[in-house]
Design a protein around this ligand. Structure first.
Ligand code: SIN
Ligand code: FE2
Length: 211
């Protein structure tokens, strides 16, 4: 059992990279464990799968979602869908997850999608913008659980300079305002660096307003 009292200061002082705000250790270990329990139910209802890009490349992360809409990709393109590819409705966003949005988004609207990305050993996420939503007024709020991930952040231009930071379990990232459309990605994870998930791996949750 992890002793939450041995956590370093929680939460840590926010760090800003290219307008993207990182809240280190926003969640203590007990809150991280409770989130993982809630996510197990989401994954039971809507199993993780490895999607393909419109270009036909299989992604290295496994994905599912909760909420009114889930973000999906296949040969037909990137889009939001009201149901899992199996046809079952996406499960509701757990209240433990919406509470993070309520605390940090500064947005009156509720999140409509909680995308769940699962990174196993060797998984990564190429540099991209989150821009399949109809409204960019609210930020994207992103939660890291489990193994550390090397997060790369650029500006709103594809070719601008980027900066990188290791995201650790319990960190929460807010991409809002001018940084809502910042390019970002995960170059690699440090597999086995956290004991939160038995067997290792990293979970990232991204919360978004879609419509
Ligand atoms: C994403 O932008 O889709 C994932 C970000 C992360 O895994 O931290
Ligand atoms: Fe993203």
């Amino acid at each position: 059992m992890t002793d939450t009292r041995s956590d370093p200061a929680h939460p840590g002082a926010p760090v800003t990279l290219n307008g993207v705000v990182i809240h280190p250790r926003w969640l203590d270990v007990a809150a991280q464990m409770a989130l993982v329990e809630d996510l197990r139910e989401v994954i039971r209802a809507a199993p993780l799968l490895r999607p393909v890009t419109p270009g036909g490349r299989q992604m290295s992360v496994r994905m599912t979602a909760a909420g009114r809409f889930g973000w999906v990709t296949d040969r037909k393109g990137y889009r939001y869908e009201p149901a899992h590819p199996s046809g079952v409705a996406w499960p509701p966003i757990p209240s433990s997850v919406s509470a993070i949005w309520d605390a940090l988004s500064g947005c009156a609207r509720a999140p409509e999608c909680c995308l769940v990305n699962w990174y196993g050993e060797g998984a990564r996420m190429g540099l991209h913008q989150d821009r399949d939503e109809a409204d960019f007024t609210c930020p994207v709020v992103s939660v890291s659980l489990g193994d550390a991930g090397l997060f790369r952040v650029g500006g709103v231009e594809r070719r601008g300079p980027t900066r990188s930071i290791w995201l650790n379990s319990g960190d929460v990232v807010v991409m809002g305002g001018p940084a809502r459309l910042a390019w970002h990605g995960v170059d690699r994870i440090r597999f086995g660096s956290s004991t939160l998930l038995p067997g290792g791996g990293r979970i990232n949750l991204t919360l978004r307003v879609v419509t």
